[in-house]
Write a protein that binds this ligand. Structure first.
Ligand code: FAD
Length: 501
């Protein structure tokens, strides 16, 4: 018997996940004779709050051939150089997680080892003095690094803040121009093969039927296909990441948008502030075992820096992932596949990871057990690596002012995270496993920022004399300060290249 080829892909759901998937597949599959159809219902709202990203999104746009400035104009976007965390390590403290690296390596030994040694000699300069991203962010500066900018500006890493609904509309236009078909309709049920259990069609209102070979579940937290039809079990991580609700509201913008996200820890969670060109997005992520929804909304509204321009939007979520992201002939991408709270803006990145792995493992037949198993293994690794980094933010706290902080400070953590903290804290050792997302810069920023930074350093950092070390580090600080001072303001850059109409 010949195996049934994949000739049609049907995407259920048209939020950020659905349209990112449709755009990437329409671009990639068109030439291979595979059709792409997306079904969405205007009667069911998208979650609509994914507005902050991480630098890998620039690669997604590049692969699609999207002009960055066009995309920014269309989505009211601003640049993001990192995240400021306030009140996380202790009340009154703050630090910056930059998207570009710290310093330059010296004598083939990592920069941060030299920094830790200099500190042991009594020098008080912090990591932020060696971070162009941090200096530029706090001065409200931005320039997109170009190849002829040199090695200092070349270290600047960036991502975007954008309006999620405008981004989905932008990608819809992109996908439809490349042959993707959109069907407006409410999915009422899923038709499955009685023998194999594989999905054969989506049944829509009005007695309509959309048949396909491969189905992508982008129906958000509902997981209509992956949960409803395929019954893929949800692996819950609520004991490590206890926040399970959020309330979001947009407010008027105040002054020029800063090029970074702000995350402020609250009594039972934290609050985000995401500046766009036309407004500011805000939200309060919290755990309902420690704070009521009414109180969470009150705290959010009391801590806005402009008048609200939308009604508070309450959301519930579970942290964790599907045991099988790809089950039978259904691949879950986006919120249907799992969710890690938005502390490091990683959900859109996980959508991107799902899409790129699906393209690399695109099945030649409907039954693809080897490809499916590899996809599931790789996605599980991605989720676990990000989970550990998020848990670090909670575990590495000295706050003892509320039962929520007492719980997360005292909780057991995954062994993989305990090992990483021990290595980092003893002598600044850090290793990226497999295709792990966050690198030494990110781990150092959070660990040092919250009081778990390296206590010692690699003995090989002693290769430089004290005087040479002091001089080299001073030169670096000078180079970063000069580069930041010479950059245009974030607002001036936007006005020149990508101001929304
Ligand atoms: P949704 O947006 O929920 O879209 C689901 C789609 O399925 C909709 O089009 C809906 O119409 C359709 N649908 C559902 N049921 C049916 C049906 N029966 N028939 C037809 N259509 C149907 N991510 C980030 O990267 N950065 C952030 O800063 C960030 N912040 C977040 C804050 C919060 C509080 C939350 C909850 C999430 C955040 N995320 C963030 C995650 C981000 O919002 C999502 O990953 C992203 O929006 C993708 O959502 P989605 O497309 O999977 O689902």
């Amino acid at each position: 018997m010949t195996k049934q080829q994949v000739k049609s892909v049907v995407i259920a759901g048209g939020g950020t996940a659905g349209w990112m998937t449709a755009a990437a597949l329409a671009k990639t599959l068109g030439g291979a004779g595979v059709s792409v159809t997306l079904v969405e219902s205007e009667a069911i709202a998208t979650v609509g709050v994914g507005e902050a990203t991480i630098p890998a999104i620039t690669k997604f746009n590049q692969r699609l051939g999207i002009d960055e400035h066009d995309f920014m104009r269309a989505t009211q976007a601003t640049y993001k150089l990192g995240i400021e965390f306030a009140d996380w390590g202790a009340l009154g403290e703050s630090y910056f997680h930059p998207f570009g690296r710290y310093g330059f390596d010296l004598e083939a030994v990592e920069f941060h080892q030299h920094w830790a040694r200099l500190r042991s000699l009594g020098d008080a300069h912090g990591l932020e003095d060696y971070s162009l991203n941090t200096l530029a962010a706090y001065q409200g500066k931005f320039v997109r690094p170009e190849p002829d900018h040199g090695s200092v500006i070349g270290q600047l890493g960036y991502a975007f803040h954008f309006d999620a609904s405008l981004y989905a509309a932008f990608l819809r236009d992109f996908a439809e121009r490349r042959g993707a078909t959109r069907i407006e309709g409410l999915i009422e049920s899923v038709e499955q093969d009685g023998e194999t259990g594989s999905i054969t069609a989506l049944k829509l209102d009005g007695d309509r039927r959309v048949a396909g070979d491969l189905f992508i579940d982008c129906t958000g937290f509902r997981g209509l296909l992956i949960d409803g039809a395929c019954g893929s079990h949800f692996h819950d991580w609520g004991h490590w990441l206890p926040c399970n609700r959020a309330v979001a509201v947009a407010c008027e913008k105040q002054g020029e948008p800063v090029p970074y996200t702000r995350s402020t820890a609250r009594e039972a969670g934290w609050q985000w502030r995401i500046p766009l060109q036309h407004r500011t997005g805000n939200g309060h992520v919290f755990c309902d075992a420690y704070l009521s929804a009414e109180k969470a909304e009150e705290v959010l509204l009391a801590n806005l820096d402009g008048e609200p321009v939308s009604s508070p939007n309450h959301l519930r979520f579970r942290t964790g992932h599907r045991q099988e992201f790809w089950s039978s002939n259904c691949v879950a991408i986006g919120l249907s596949s799992g969710f890690l709270e938005p502390l490091e803006s990683t959900s859109i990145h996980l959508i991107q990871m799902g899409i790129s792995k699906l393209i690399s493992l695109f099945p030649s037949a409907i039954e693809a057990p080897i490809d499916r198993a590899e996809y599931n293994r790789l996605m599980r690794d991605d989720f676990e690596h990000i989970r550990d980094f998020l848990v670090l933010h909670y575990k590495a706290t000295r706050r003892d002012d509320s039962p929520f902080w007492d719980y997360v400070r005292e909780m057991d953590i995954p062994d993989s995270l305990a090992r990483k903290i021990e290595l980092l804290q003893s002598q600044g050792r850090f290793f990226k496993y497999d295709a792990e997302l966050f690198d030494v810069t990110s781990w150092l920023a959070v660990a040092e920022g919250q009081g778990l930074g390296p206590q010692g350093f690699n003995p090989l950092a002693q290769g430089l004399s004290d005087q040479n070390l002091r001089q080299s580090m001073e030169n670096m600080r000078g180079a970063y300060a000069k580069a930041a001072a010479a950059m245009p303001t974030h607002q001036a850059y936007i006005e020149r290249f990508c101001k929304a109409p």
